[in-house]
Write a new protein. Structure first.
Length: 203
């Protein structure tokens, strides 16, 4: 396809590299920006620049942050005795959106996947062990995805921390709210049966 402007072509090619965006969608976005006041495009460009130049990773939990220590770790109201182990930043955002967690996080940066060449040494597992060794943590919540890789990572961490005096838990798994039983996969349904709870605890 020929473009009337090389600048439009360059913008389309760059935007089309984003996940879930094809060339047609990229073209619509570019033309939309051209129709808007110039300040909108300039603000967007500046926001993206700051995203890449100013954001860093928290030196404590490895979450994204504007400062060396993220706002969650710096919050004195968060419990340092309770740590939630997650795969990546998206999981932190998801759990925070519930408003139910009052501890701190530890972002592994992935999960063990031998087929992808990712072993324990590529993840922030060693630093998690060092935190536990410090002795302030009383409970570790393993909040990784319910996949073979997630379960493998959970088990590896469990074995590494088994000698320490702390409580280790995993997220409850089973039938989701609003799901029909006939469409629920066998593993989730089986776990729901095995891990059933008293009715008065479900209200």
């Amino acid at each position: 396809m020929e473009y009337a402007s090389k600048y439009v072509q360059q913008a389309v090619e760059e935007i089309a590299q984003l996940p879930g965006i094809g060339r047609r969608t990229a073209m619509r976005l570019v033309l939309h920006l051209l129709r808007q006041p110039q300040s909108i495009s300039i603000d967007l460009a500046e926001a993206i620049k700051l995203l890449r130049t100013e954001i860093q990773y928290c030196t404590s939990c490895y979450n994204i942050s504007d400062q060396p220590i993220c706002s969650i770790c710096a919050n004195p109201k968060r419990s340092r005795e309770l740590i939630c182990v997650v795969e990546d930043v998206r999981d932190v955002i998801a759990i925070e959106s519930t408003g139910q967690f009052t501890g701190v996080y530890h972002v592994l940066g992935g999960k063990i996947s031998p087929l992808d060449g990712i072993g324990p040494q590529e993840l922030q597992i060693g630093s998690l062990i060092e935190k536990v060794k410090a002795g302030a943590i009383k409970e570790v919540i393993l909040a990784l995805s319910s996949t073979v890789e997630g379960d493998t990572t959970n088990y590896f961490i469990y074995k590494q921390l088994g000698a320490f005096d702390l409580r280790m838990t995993v997220l409850a798994r089973g039938v989701s709210v609003g799901d029909e039983l006939e469409y629920t996969d066998e593993v989730s349904l089986g776990r729901s049966i095995v891990k059933r709870i008293p009715f008065d605890g479900s209200i």
